[in-house]
Design a protein around this ligand. Sequence first.
Ligand SMILES: Cc1cc2nc3c(=O)[nH]c(=O)nc-3n(C[C@H](O)[C@H](O)[C@H](O)COP(=O)(O)OP(=O)(O)OC[C@H]3O[C@@H](n4cnc5c(N)ncnc54)[C@H](O)[C@@H]3O)c2cc1C
Length: 532
Amino acid sequence: MGMYKTEVLVIGGGLAGLTAAISSASNLSGTMIVTKTLVGGANTTSVAAGIISGVTDFKDPGDSRELHYRDTISGGHMVNDEALVRTMVNDFSKYLDRLLDLGLELEGGDEPRRLFIPGHSKPRSYLIKGKCHSLQSLLRRVCEGLGVVFMERTLITSLIKDGERVVGAVGIRADNREVVGIKANSIVLATGGSGELYPHTLMPLGSSGYGVSLGFRAGAELVDMEFVQFYPTMIAEEGLPKLFVDYAPLLKFGADILDGDGRSIFKKHGVAEPHKLTRDQFSIIMAKEMTGGRPLFLDCTSIKDEDLLGNPSLSSAVRDLESKNVPVRARRVKVAPYAHFFMGGLRADPNGMTNVEGLFAAGEAMGGVHGANRIGGNALAACLVFGFRAGLAASLHSGTVNEADDKLLKDPASKLVETINSDGGEEASRIKGIVQKNMWEGVGILREKVGLEKALSRFNSLREVKVSSNTPMEKLLIPMMLDNAEAVALSAMIREESRGAHFRADFPETRDEWRKRIVLKLQEGECKVSFI
Ligand SMILES: Cc1cc2nc3c(=O)[nH]c(=O)nc-3n(C[C@H](O)[C@H](O)[C@H](O)COP(=O)(O)OP(=O)(O)OC[C@H]3O[C@@H](n4cnc5c(N)ncnc54)[C@H](O)[C@@H]3O)c2cc1C
Protein backbone atom coordinates (compact mmCIF):
# COMPACT_ATOMS: atom_id res chain seq x y z
CA MET A 1 0.00 0.00 0.00
CA GLY A 2 1.49 3.37 -0.97
CA MET A 3 0.71 6.58 0.89
CA TYR A 4 1.25 9.94 -0.80
CA LYS A 5 0.38 13.52 0.01
CA THR A 6 -0.11 16.72 -1.90
CA GLU A 7 -1.74 20.09 -1.40
CA VAL A 8 -4.01 19.91 -4.45
CA LEU A 9 -5.01 16.68 -6.14
CA VAL A 10 -6.37 16.94 -9.67
CA ILE A 11 -8.10 13.76 -10.83
CA GLY A 12 -8.03 13.66 -14.65
CA GLY A 13 -5.38 14.53 -17.21
CA GLY A 14 -7.45 16.04 -20.06
CA LEU A 15 -7.84 19.70 -20.89
CA ALA A 16 -9.76 20.48 -17.69
CA GLY A 17 -7.28 18.63 -15.49
CA LEU A 18 -4.22 20.08 -17.19
CA THR A 19 -5.45 23.67 -16.95
CA ALA A 20 -6.50 23.12 -13.32
CA ALA A 21 -3.05 21.77 -12.49
CA ILE A 22 -1.27 24.65 -14.24
CA SER A 23 -3.40 27.16 -12.42
CA SER A 24 -2.86 25.50 -9.05
CA ALA A 25 0.87 24.94 -9.54
CA SER A 26 1.35 28.56 -10.60
CA ASN A 27 0.00 29.54 -7.20
CA LEU A 28 1.56 27.01 -4.85
CA SER A 29 3.96 24.11 -4.87
CA GLY A 30 2.31 20.78 -4.24
CA THR A 31 0.00 19.85 -7.11
CA MET A 32 -0.50 16.29 -8.29
CA ILE A 33 -2.41 14.94 -11.27
CA VAL A 34 -3.66 11.40 -11.00
CA THR A 35 -5.17 9.82 -14.07
CA LYS A 36 -6.15 6.37 -15.18
CA THR A 37 -4.74 7.12 -18.62
CA LEU A 38 -1.68 9.27 -19.28
CA VAL A 39 -1.41 12.93 -18.43
CA GLY A 40 -2.08 14.68 -21.70
CA GLY A 41 -3.28 11.45 -23.32
CA ALA A 42 -6.72 11.74 -21.86
CA ASN A 43 -9.96 10.31 -23.00
CA THR A 44 -12.17 12.78 -24.76
CA THR A 45 -9.68 15.59 -25.09
CA SER A 46 -7.54 13.27 -27.23
CA VAL A 47 -10.26 12.76 -29.83
CA ALA A 48 -11.69 16.29 -29.83
CA ALA A 49 -11.90 17.98 -33.20
CA GLY A 50 -10.18 20.97 -31.60
CA ILE A 51 -12.98 23.48 -32.11
CA ILE A 52 -13.08 26.05 -29.35
CA SER A 53 -15.72 28.75 -29.27
CA GLY A 54 -15.81 32.16 -27.71
CA VAL A 55 -15.56 35.86 -28.30
CA THR A 56 -11.98 37.02 -28.42
CA ASP A 57 -10.17 40.24 -28.94
CA PHE A 58 -9.16 39.28 -32.48
CA LYS A 59 -11.56 41.39 -34.52
CA ASP A 60 -15.02 39.89 -34.15
CA PRO A 61 -17.13 42.53 -35.87
CA GLY A 62 -20.72 42.40 -34.78
CA ASP A 63 -20.10 39.73 -32.20
CA SER A 64 -20.15 40.15 -28.44
CA ARG A 65 -19.93 38.18 -25.24
CA GLU A 66 -23.59 38.94 -24.71
CA LEU A 67 -24.44 37.21 -28.02
CA HIS A 68 -22.36 34.18 -27.11
CA TYR A 69 -24.17 34.10 -23.77
CA ARG A 70 -27.57 34.24 -25.46
CA ASP A 71 -26.67 31.56 -28.02
CA THR A 72 -25.46 29.24 -25.26
CA ILE A 73 -28.62 29.72 -23.19
CA SER A 74 -30.86 29.33 -26.22
CA GLY A 75 -28.89 26.25 -27.38
CA GLY A 76 -29.28 24.87 -23.85
CA HIS A 77 -33.07 25.37 -24.02
CA MET A 78 -33.12 27.88 -21.18
CA VAL A 79 -32.06 25.60 -18.35
CA ASN A 80 -28.35 26.42 -18.25
CA ASP A 81 -26.75 27.67 -15.05
CA GLU A 82 -26.64 31.34 -16.00
CA ALA A 83 -23.76 32.25 -13.69
CA LEU A 84 -21.60 29.55 -15.25
CA VAL A 85 -22.45 30.64 -18.79
CA ARG A 86 -21.74 34.29 -17.93
CA THR A 87 -18.35 33.31 -16.50
CA MET A 88 -17.47 31.14 -19.50
CA VAL A 89 -18.24 33.81 -22.10
CA ASN A 90 -16.61 36.61 -20.10
CA ASP A 91 -13.40 34.77 -19.21
CA PHE A 92 -12.87 32.90 -22.47
CA SER A 93 -10.62 35.46 -24.08
CA LYS A 94 -8.46 35.90 -20.97
CA TYR A 95 -7.76 32.18 -20.66
CA LEU A 96 -7.33 31.65 -24.40
CA ASP A 97 -4.67 34.37 -24.27
CA ARG A 98 -3.03 32.49 -21.42
CA LEU A 99 -2.87 29.36 -23.60
CA LEU A 100 -1.54 31.39 -26.54
CA ASP A 101 1.18 32.77 -24.25
CA LEU A 102 2.04 29.22 -23.29
CA GLY A 103 2.44 28.32 -26.95
CA LEU A 104 -0.99 27.27 -28.25
CA GLU A 105 -1.41 27.76 -31.99
CA LEU A 106 -4.70 28.32 -33.78
CA GLU A 107 -5.32 27.58 -37.46
CA GLY A 108 -4.78 30.80 -39.38
CA GLY A 109 -1.90 32.07 -37.22
CA ASP A 110 -2.08 35.75 -36.29
CA GLU A 111 -5.42 36.09 -38.07
CA PRO A 112 -7.08 32.93 -36.73
CA ARG A 113 -9.76 31.47 -38.96
CA ARG A 114 -13.23 31.77 -37.48
CA LEU A 115 -15.71 28.98 -38.22
CA PHE A 116 -19.46 29.00 -38.14
CA ILE A 117 -20.80 26.17 -35.98
CA PRO A 118 -24.53 25.42 -35.67
CA GLY A 119 -26.09 27.01 -32.61
CA HIS A 120 -23.77 30.02 -32.72
CA SER A 121 -25.25 33.08 -34.43
CA LYS A 122 -21.75 34.27 -35.44
CA PRO A 123 -18.62 32.57 -36.66
CA ARG A 124 -16.76 32.52 -33.33
CA SER A 125 -15.19 29.09 -33.27
CA TYR A 126 -11.45 28.56 -33.68
CA LEU A 127 -9.58 25.46 -34.70
CA ILE A 128 -6.68 24.40 -32.50
CA LYS A 129 -3.68 23.61 -34.72
CA GLY A 130 -2.89 19.91 -34.52
CA LYS A 131 -6.26 19.44 -32.74
CA CYS A 132 -5.93 18.67 -29.05
CA HIS A 133 -2.91 16.34 -29.36
CA SER A 134 -0.49 19.21 -29.66
CA LEU A 135 -2.31 21.18 -26.99
CA GLN A 136 -2.19 18.30 -24.51
CA SER A 137 1.52 17.70 -25.14
CA LEU A 138 2.19 21.38 -24.66
CA LEU A 139 0.25 21.54 -21.40
CA ARG A 140 1.92 18.39 -20.12
CA ARG A 141 5.30 20.07 -20.64
CA VAL A 142 4.09 23.21 -18.88
CA CYS A 143 2.95 21.09 -15.92
CA GLU A 144 6.34 19.37 -15.81
CA GLY A 145 8.02 22.77 -15.81
CA LEU A 146 5.88 23.86 -12.89
CA GLY A 147 6.77 20.77 -10.87
CA VAL A 148 3.35 19.09 -11.03
CA VAL A 149 3.68 15.47 -9.87
CA PHE A 150 2.07 12.88 -12.17
CA MET A 151 0.60 9.59 -11.04
CA GLU A 152 -0.51 7.90 -14.25
CA ARG A 153 -2.46 4.72 -15.01
CA THR A 154 -4.07 4.94 -11.60
CA LEU A 155 -7.81 4.60 -11.01
CA ILE A 156 -9.29 6.53 -8.13
CA THR A 157 -12.12 4.55 -6.57
CA SER A 158 -13.26 6.75 -3.70
CA LEU A 159 -12.79 10.08 -2.01
CA ILE A 160 -12.08 10.24 1.69
CA LYS A 161 -13.71 12.74 4.02
CA ASP A 162 -13.05 14.10 7.45
CA GLY A 163 -16.46 15.27 8.61
CA GLU A 164 -17.76 17.52 5.88
CA ARG A 165 -14.52 18.05 3.99
CA VAL A 166 -12.63 15.89 1.50
CA VAL A 167 -9.12 15.06 2.61
CA GLY A 168 -7.91 12.55 0.07
CA ALA A 169 -8.58 9.70 -2.29
CA VAL A 170 -7.79 6.03 -2.65
CA GLY A 171 -7.22 4.05 -5.80
CA ILE A 172 -5.18 1.42 -7.56
CA ARG A 173 -2.24 1.57 -9.96
CA ALA A 174 -2.75 -0.49 -13.10
CA ASP A 175 0.88 -1.45 -13.59
CA ASN A 176 1.65 -3.14 -10.27
CA ARG A 177 -1.84 -3.32 -8.73
CA GLU A 178 -0.59 -1.27 -5.79
CA VAL A 179 -3.34 0.33 -3.72
CA VAL A 180 -2.62 3.99 -3.08
CA GLY A 181 -3.92 6.57 -0.63
CA ILE A 182 -3.35 10.22 -1.53
CA LYS A 183 -3.87 12.84 1.13
CA ALA A 184 -4.87 16.26 -0.24
CA ASN A 185 -6.27 19.51 1.09
CA SER A 186 -8.27 20.18 -2.10
CA ILE A 187 -9.41 17.88 -4.88
CA VAL A 188 -10.44 18.82 -8.41
CA LEU A 189 -12.56 16.25 -10.26
CA ALA A 190 -11.80 16.63 -13.96
CA THR A 191 -12.78 13.12 -14.96
CA GLY A 192 -14.63 13.86 -18.21
CA GLY A 193 -17.81 12.27 -19.57
CA SER A 194 -19.00 8.69 -19.26
CA GLY A 195 -19.33 7.58 -22.87
CA GLU A 196 -18.79 4.00 -21.83
CA LEU A 197 -22.34 3.94 -20.41
CA TYR A 198 -23.47 3.41 -24.00
CA PRO A 199 -22.39 0.68 -26.41
CA HIS A 200 -22.26 3.17 -29.27
CA THR A 201 -20.21 6.23 -28.48
CA LEU A 202 -17.71 8.54 -30.11
CA MET A 203 -15.79 8.77 -26.90
CA PRO A 204 -12.70 6.58 -26.78
CA LEU A 205 -12.62 3.26 -24.99
CA GLY A 206 -12.34 3.76 -21.26
CA SER A 207 -14.23 7.08 -21.13
CA SER A 208 -15.69 6.22 -17.79
CA GLY A 209 -15.91 9.72 -16.32
CA TYR A 210 -16.96 8.34 -13.00
CA GLY A 211 -15.82 11.40 -11.09
CA VAL A 212 -19.55 12.02 -11.01
CA SER A 213 -19.92 8.88 -8.91
CA LEU A 214 -16.87 9.73 -6.77
CA GLY A 215 -18.33 13.15 -5.99
CA PHE A 216 -21.86 11.83 -5.48
CA ARG A 217 -20.66 9.26 -2.96
CA ALA A 218 -18.85 12.05 -1.10
CA GLY A 219 -22.10 14.04 -0.84
CA ALA A 220 -21.73 16.35 -3.86
CA GLU A 221 -24.82 17.38 -5.79
CA LEU A 222 -25.35 16.24 -9.37
CA VAL A 223 -27.32 18.32 -11.82
CA ASP A 224 -28.81 17.93 -15.32
CA MET A 225 -27.89 14.26 -15.50
CA GLU A 226 -30.73 13.46 -17.94
CA PHE A 227 -29.15 15.55 -20.68
CA VAL A 228 -26.88 13.38 -22.80
CA GLN A 229 -25.88 14.61 -26.23
CA PHE A 230 -25.82 12.22 -29.17
CA TYR A 231 -23.85 13.27 -32.21
CA PRO A 232 -26.07 12.56 -35.23
CA THR A 233 -23.67 11.56 -37.96
CA MET A 234 -21.21 8.86 -37.08
CA ILE A 235 -20.03 6.48 -39.80
CA ALA A 236 -21.73 3.23 -38.81
CA GLU A 237 -20.94 0.85 -41.63
CA GLU A 238 -19.20 -2.49 -41.31
CA GLY A 239 -15.74 -2.28 -42.88
CA LEU A 240 -15.45 1.51 -42.62
CA PRO A 241 -13.68 3.38 -39.82
CA LYS A 242 -15.88 4.73 -37.05
CA LEU A 243 -15.50 8.45 -37.66
CA PHE A 244 -17.67 11.38 -36.91
CA VAL A 245 -18.83 13.52 -39.77
CA ASP A 246 -18.70 17.31 -39.54
CA TYR A 247 -22.20 17.57 -40.99
CA ALA A 248 -22.80 21.33 -41.23
CA PRO A 249 -20.53 22.11 -44.22
CA LEU A 250 -21.58 18.96 -46.07
CA LEU A 251 -25.30 19.60 -45.67
CA LYS A 252 -24.84 23.25 -46.60
CA PHE A 253 -23.36 22.17 -49.94
CA GLY A 254 -26.08 19.70 -50.91
CA ALA A 255 -25.37 16.52 -48.95
CA ASP A 256 -28.44 14.77 -47.57
CA ILE A 257 -29.47 12.03 -45.15
CA LEU A 258 -31.58 9.41 -46.90
CA ASP A 259 -33.71 6.56 -45.62
CA GLY A 260 -33.54 3.05 -47.07
CA ASP A 261 -35.92 4.08 -49.88
CA GLY A 262 -33.71 7.00 -50.87
CA ARG A 263 -36.01 9.69 -49.39
CA SER A 264 -34.53 12.75 -47.67
CA ILE A 265 -35.32 12.71 -43.96
CA PHE A 266 -35.15 16.50 -43.93
CA LYS A 267 -37.91 16.78 -46.51
CA LYS A 268 -40.02 14.31 -44.52
CA HIS A 269 -39.56 16.41 -41.37
CA GLY A 270 -39.94 19.80 -43.07
CA VAL A 271 -36.38 20.96 -42.33
CA ALA A 272 -35.44 23.71 -44.81
CA GLU A 273 -31.87 24.39 -43.58
CA PRO A 274 -30.50 21.10 -42.26
CA HIS A 275 -26.97 22.51 -41.87
CA LYS A 276 -28.33 24.72 -39.10
CA LEU A 277 -29.75 21.83 -37.08
CA THR A 278 -28.21 21.50 -33.66
CA ARG A 279 -27.07 18.05 -32.56
CA ASP A 280 -30.08 17.41 -30.34
CA GLN A 281 -32.64 18.29 -33.03
CA PHE A 282 -30.79 16.29 -35.67
CA SER A 283 -30.29 13.18 -33.50
CA ILE A 284 -33.94 13.08 -32.48
CA ILE A 285 -35.05 13.21 -36.14
CA MET A 286 -32.59 10.43 -36.95
CA ALA A 287 -33.66 8.27 -34.01
CA LYS A 288 -37.32 8.60 -35.01
CA GLU A 289 -36.44 7.54 -38.55
CA MET A 290 -34.36 4.63 -37.31
CA THR A 291 -37.10 3.11 -35.13
CA GLY A 292 -37.29 -0.63 -35.69
CA GLY A 293 -33.68 -0.80 -36.88
CA ARG A 294 -34.12 1.07 -40.19
CA PRO A 295 -30.78 2.33 -41.55
CA LEU A 296 -29.97 5.87 -42.69
CA PHE A 297 -27.37 6.98 -45.21
CA LEU A 298 -25.26 10.05 -45.76
CA ASP A 299 -25.37 11.03 -49.41
CA CYS A 300 -22.58 13.39 -50.49
CA THR A 301 -22.49 12.21 -54.10
CA SER A 302 -23.61 15.60 -55.42
CA ILE A 303 -20.53 17.37 -53.98
CA LYS A 304 -17.98 17.95 -56.76
CA ASP A 305 -14.29 18.86 -56.69
CA GLU A 306 -15.04 22.43 -57.78
CA ASP A 307 -17.33 22.90 -54.73
CA LEU A 308 -14.31 22.35 -52.49
CA LEU A 309 -12.38 25.26 -53.95
CA GLY A 310 -12.62 28.34 -51.75
CA ASN A 311 -14.64 26.41 -49.13
CA PRO A 312 -12.15 25.42 -46.43
CA SER A 313 -14.77 23.94 -44.06
CA LEU A 314 -16.30 21.79 -46.79
CA SER A 315 -12.98 20.76 -48.19
CA SER A 316 -11.64 19.82 -44.74
CA ALA A 317 -14.80 17.78 -43.92
CA VAL A 318 -14.63 15.88 -47.23
CA ARG A 319 -10.86 15.39 -47.25
CA ASP A 320 -10.91 14.23 -43.63
CA LEU A 321 -13.29 11.38 -44.54
CA GLU A 322 -11.73 10.51 -47.89
CA SER A 323 -8.21 10.44 -46.47
CA LYS A 324 -9.45 7.79 -44.04
CA ASN A 325 -10.94 5.70 -46.85
CA VAL A 326 -14.57 6.64 -46.40
CA PRO A 327 -15.77 6.87 -50.03
CA VAL A 328 -18.15 9.62 -49.11
CA ARG A 329 -18.54 11.12 -52.59
CA ALA A 330 -18.50 7.81 -54.43
CA ARG A 331 -21.54 6.27 -52.75
CA ARG A 332 -23.98 6.56 -49.87
CA VAL A 333 -22.55 5.64 -46.48
CA LYS A 334 -24.46 4.35 -43.46
CA VAL A 335 -24.54 6.77 -40.51
CA ALA A 336 -26.10 6.72 -37.04
CA PRO A 337 -26.17 8.89 -33.91
CA TYR A 338 -23.71 7.94 -31.16
CA ALA A 339 -23.35 9.12 -27.55
CA HIS A 340 -21.11 12.15 -27.58
CA PHE A 341 -21.22 14.39 -24.53
CA PHE A 342 -22.69 14.65 -21.03
CA MET A 343 -24.24 18.00 -20.21
CA GLY A 344 -24.91 16.84 -16.64
CA GLY A 345 -22.40 16.37 -13.88
CA LEU A 346 -21.27 17.76 -10.57
CA ARG A 347 -23.00 20.96 -9.53
CA ALA A 348 -20.44 23.67 -8.94
CA ASP A 349 -20.15 27.45 -8.75
CA PRO A 350 -18.09 29.57 -11.20
CA ASN A 351 -14.95 28.67 -9.23
CA GLY A 352 -15.69 25.00 -9.65
CA MET A 353 -16.57 24.70 -5.98
CA THR A 354 -19.08 21.98 -5.13
CA ASN A 355 -21.23 21.81 -2.00
CA VAL A 356 -18.58 19.59 -0.36
CA GLU A 357 -15.76 21.49 1.30
CA GLY A 358 -12.48 21.13 -0.58
CA LEU A 359 -14.07 19.45 -3.60
CA PHE A 360 -14.00 21.17 -6.99
CA ALA A 361 -15.12 20.16 -10.46
CA ALA A 362 -14.12 21.22 -13.97
CA GLY A 363 -14.63 20.23 -17.60
CA GLU A 364 -17.15 17.66 -18.70
CA ALA A 365 -17.44 16.31 -15.15
CA MET A 366 -19.11 19.58 -14.16
CA GLY A 367 -22.80 20.01 -15.00
CA GLY A 368 -24.83 23.08 -15.77
CA VAL A 369 -22.96 25.15 -18.33
CA HIS A 370 -24.61 23.67 -21.37
CA GLY A 371 -28.18 23.18 -20.13
CA ALA A 372 -30.20 20.67 -22.16
CA ASN A 373 -27.89 20.73 -25.18
CA ARG A 374 -24.32 21.85 -25.82
CA ILE A 375 -23.44 23.92 -28.85
CA GLY A 376 -20.20 23.16 -30.68
CA GLY A 377 -16.86 24.31 -29.31
CA ASN A 378 -18.33 25.23 -25.93
CA ALA A 379 -17.02 22.08 -24.26
CA LEU A 380 -13.37 22.96 -24.77
CA ALA A 381 -14.18 26.57 -23.84
CA ALA A 382 -15.72 25.35 -20.58
CA CYS A 383 -12.75 23.03 -19.87
CA LEU A 384 -10.40 25.95 -20.39
CA VAL A 385 -12.24 28.51 -18.28
CA PHE A 386 -13.39 26.28 -15.44
CA GLY A 387 -10.16 24.27 -15.42
CA PHE A 388 -8.10 27.40 -14.77
CA ARG A 389 -10.64 28.78 -12.30
CA ALA A 390 -11.10 25.55 -10.34
CA GLY A 391 -7.33 25.00 -10.11
CA LEU A 392 -6.81 28.46 -8.66
CA ALA A 393 -9.72 28.15 -6.22
CA ALA A 394 -8.48 24.71 -5.10
CA SER A 395 -4.99 26.07 -4.45
CA LEU A 396 -6.39 29.00 -2.47
CA HIS A 397 -8.56 26.65 -0.43
CA SER A 398 -5.59 24.42 0.30
CA GLY A 399 -3.86 27.25 2.17
CA THR A 400 -6.81 27.65 4.53
CA VAL A 401 -6.99 24.14 5.99
CA ASN A 402 -4.87 21.88 8.14
CA GLU A 403 -3.44 18.63 6.90
CA ALA A 404 -5.62 15.63 7.68
CA ASP A 405 -4.56 12.64 9.77
CA ASP A 406 -2.99 9.75 7.80
CA LYS A 407 -5.22 7.32 9.70
CA LEU A 408 -8.25 8.50 7.72
CA LEU A 409 -6.90 6.92 4.53
CA LYS A 410 -5.65 3.66 5.96
CA ASP A 411 -9.03 1.94 6.54
CA PRO A 412 -10.49 2.74 3.11
CA ALA A 413 -7.24 1.62 1.48
CA SER A 414 -7.35 -1.70 3.39
CA LYS A 415 -10.98 -2.19 2.38
CA LEU A 416 -10.02 -1.61 -1.22
CA VAL A 417 -7.33 -4.31 -0.95
CA GLU A 418 -10.00 -6.70 0.39
CA THR A 419 -12.39 -5.93 -2.47
CA ILE A 420 -9.66 -6.47 -5.03
CA ASN A 421 -8.65 -9.79 -3.49
CA SER A 422 -12.17 -11.17 -3.06
CA ASP A 423 -12.99 -14.02 -5.47
CA GLY A 424 -16.05 -15.19 -7.33
CA GLY A 425 -19.02 -13.44 -8.84
CA GLU A 426 -20.29 -12.37 -12.24
CA GLU A 427 -17.77 -11.32 -14.87
CA ALA A 428 -17.47 -7.48 -14.95
CA SER A 429 -17.58 -7.39 -18.75
CA ARG A 430 -20.97 -9.16 -18.74
CA ILE A 431 -22.42 -6.68 -16.23
CA LYS A 432 -21.02 -3.79 -18.22
CA GLY A 433 -22.73 -5.18 -21.32
CA ILE A 434 -26.08 -5.37 -19.51
CA VAL A 435 -25.76 -1.77 -18.31
CA GLN A 436 -24.88 -0.57 -21.81
CA LYS A 437 -27.77 -2.47 -23.42
CA ASN A 438 -30.26 -1.00 -20.95
CA MET A 439 -28.82 2.49 -21.38
CA TRP A 440 -29.06 2.25 -25.16
CA GLU A 441 -32.55 0.76 -25.25
CA GLY A 442 -34.16 2.56 -22.33
CA VAL A 443 -32.11 5.70 -21.72
CA GLY A 444 -30.96 6.50 -25.26
CA ILE A 445 -32.21 9.21 -27.61
CA LEU A 446 -35.93 8.38 -27.50
CA ARG A 447 -37.08 7.66 -23.98
CA GLU A 448 -40.35 6.71 -22.32
CA LYS A 449 -41.52 5.67 -18.90
CA VAL A 450 -41.62 1.93 -19.48
CA GLY A 451 -38.05 1.73 -20.82
CA LEU A 452 -36.72 4.00 -18.09
CA GLU A 453 -38.42 1.94 -15.39
CA LYS A 454 -37.04 -1.27 -16.84
CA ALA A 455 -33.52 0.16 -16.96
CA LEU A 456 -33.73 1.48 -13.40
CA SER A 457 -34.98 -1.82 -12.07
CA ARG A 458 -32.21 -3.69 -13.91
CA PHE A 459 -29.55 -1.35 -12.50
CA ASN A 460 -31.01 -1.83 -9.06
CA SER A 461 -30.83 -5.61 -9.30
CA LEU A 462 -27.23 -5.43 -10.58
CA ARG A 463 -26.27 -3.70 -7.31
CA GLU A 464 -26.79 -7.03 -5.56
CA VAL A 465 -24.47 -8.93 -7.91
CA LYS A 466 -20.93 -9.69 -6.79
CA VAL A 467 -18.49 -8.70 -9.52
CA SER A 468 -15.38 -10.57 -10.60
CA SER A 469 -12.66 -9.82 -13.11
CA ASN A 470 -9.03 -10.66 -13.78
CA THR A 471 -8.42 -6.94 -14.03
CA PRO A 472 -9.16 -5.21 -10.72
CA MET A 473 -9.85 -1.93 -12.50
CA GLU A 474 -12.73 -3.43 -14.50
CA LYS A 475 -14.23 -4.86 -11.35
CA LEU A 476 -13.94 -1.58 -9.43
CA LEU A 477 -15.51 0.43 -12.22
CA ILE A 478 -18.84 -1.42 -12.11
CA PRO A 479 -20.31 0.20 -8.97
CA MET A 480 -19.30 3.64 -10.34
CA MET A 481 -20.82 2.83 -13.70
CA LEU A 482 -24.08 1.89 -11.95
CA ASP A 483 -24.08 5.20 -10.05
CA ASN A 484 -23.73 7.18 -13.25
CA ALA A 485 -26.25 5.06 -15.16
CA GLU A 486 -28.83 5.36 -12.40
CA ALA A 487 -28.36 9.10 -12.12
CA VAL A 488 -29.02 9.54 -15.86
CA ALA A 489 -32.01 7.16 -15.91
CA LEU A 490 -33.57 8.55 -12.73
CA SER A 491 -33.31 12.17 -13.90
CA ALA A 492 -34.69 11.18 -17.31
CA MET A 493 -37.61 9.48 -15.61
CA ILE A 494 -38.34 12.51 -13.43
CA ARG A 495 -38.30 15.04 -16.29
CA GLU A 496 -41.75 14.55 -17.82
CA GLU A 497 -41.24 16.70 -20.88
CA SER A 498 -38.92 16.92 -23.88
CA ARG A 499 -36.17 19.53 -23.86
CA GLY A 500 -32.95 19.70 -25.85
CA ALA A 501 -31.27 16.32 -25.99
CA HIS A 502 -33.82 14.78 -23.60
CA PHE A 503 -36.72 13.45 -25.67
CA ARG A 504 -39.61 11.67 -23.95
CA ALA A 505 -41.82 9.93 -26.52
CA ASP A 506 -44.58 9.93 -23.88
CA PHE A 507 -44.10 13.67 -23.16
CA PRO A 508 -43.03 15.10 -26.54
CA GLU A 509 -43.72 18.77 -25.66
CA THR A 510 -41.46 21.25 -23.88
CA ARG A 511 -43.35 22.43 -20.81
CA ASP A 512 -42.91 25.78 -19.07
CA GLU A 513 -43.24 24.29 -15.61
CA TRP A 514 -40.18 22.18 -16.39
CA ARG A 515 -37.93 25.17 -16.89
CA LYS A 516 -36.02 24.02 -13.85
CA ARG A 517 -33.17 21.68 -13.11
CA ILE A 518 -33.03 18.37 -11.35
CA VAL A 519 -30.51 17.97 -8.54
CA LEU A 520 -29.56 14.59 -7.05
CA LYS A 521 -27.78 14.18 -3.74
CA LEU A 522 -26.89 11.16 -1.64
CA GLN A 523 -28.15 11.59 1.91
CA GLU A 524 -28.09 8.83 4.50
CA GLY A 525 -27.72 6.24 1.78
CA GLU A 526 -30.73 7.52 -0.21
CA CYS A 527 -30.72 9.52 -3.41
CA LYS A 528 -32.67 12.72 -2.69
CA VAL A 529 -34.17 14.72 -5.54
CA SER A 530 -34.65 18.48 -5.53
CA PHE A 531 -35.24 21.19 -8.12
CA ILE A 532 -33.59 24.54 -8.74
C1 LIG B 1 -15.20 12.71 -30.95
C2 LIG B 1 -15.34 13.94 -30.09
C3 LIG B 1 -15.00 15.18 -30.63
C4 LIG B 1 -15.14 16.33 -29.85
N1 LIG B 1 -14.77 17.53 -30.39
C5 LIG B 1 -14.95 18.65 -29.66
C6 LIG B 1 -14.58 19.91 -30.20
O1 LIG B 1 -14.04 20.03 -31.30
N2 LIG B 1 -14.83 21.03 -29.45
C7 LIG B 1 -15.41 20.95 -28.21
O2 LIG B 1 -15.62 22.00 -27.58
N3 LIG B 1 -15.70 19.75 -27.65
C8 LIG B 1 -15.49 18.60 -28.33
N4 LIG B 1 -15.79 17.41 -27.77
C9 LIG B 1 -16.05 17.36 -26.31
C10 LIG B 1 -14.73 17.60 -25.54
O3 LIG B 1 -13.68 16.98 -26.24
C11 LIG B 1 -14.75 17.07 -24.12
O4 LIG B 1 -15.88 17.55 -23.45
C12 LIG B 1 -13.51 17.49 -23.35
O5 LIG B 1 -12.34 17.14 -24.03
C13 LIG B 1 -13.52 16.86 -21.97
O6 LIG B 1 -12.29 17.13 -21.36
P1 LIG B 1 -12.08 16.79 -19.83
O7 LIG B 1 -10.74 17.26 -19.46
O8 LIG B 1 -13.24 17.26 -19.04
O9 LIG B 1 -12.15 15.17 -19.81
P2 LIG B 1 -11.28 14.06 -20.58
O10 LIG B 1 -10.45 14.61 -21.65
O11 LIG B 1 -12.22 12.97 -20.95
O12 LIG B 1 -10.31 13.55 -19.45
C14 LIG B 1 -10.81 12.81 -18.37
C15 LIG B 1 -9.63 12.35 -17.54
O13 LIG B 1 -10.07 11.80 -16.32
C16 LIG B 1 -9.41 10.57 -16.09
N5 LIG B 1 -10.26 9.78 -15.19
C17 LIG B 1 -11.59 9.55 -15.30
N6 LIG B 1 -12.03 8.85 -14.24
C18 LIG B 1 -10.94 8.65 -13.45
C19 LIG B 1 -10.74 7.99 -12.19
N7 LIG B 1 -11.76 7.43 -11.53
N8 LIG B 1 -9.48 7.93 -11.70
C20 LIG B 1 -8.44 8.51 -12.36
N9 LIG B 1 -8.58 9.16 -13.52
C21 LIG B 1 -9.82 9.23 -14.06
C22 LIG B 1 -9.19 10.00 -17.46
O14 LIG B 1 -8.19 9.03 -17.46
C23 LIG B 1 -8.78 11.27 -18.20
O15 LIG B 1 -7.44 11.56 -17.95
C24 LIG B 1 -15.65 16.24 -28.52
C25 LIG B 1 -16.00 15.00 -27.99
C26 LIG B 1 -15.84 13.85 -28.76
C27 LIG B 1 -16.21 12.53 -28.16
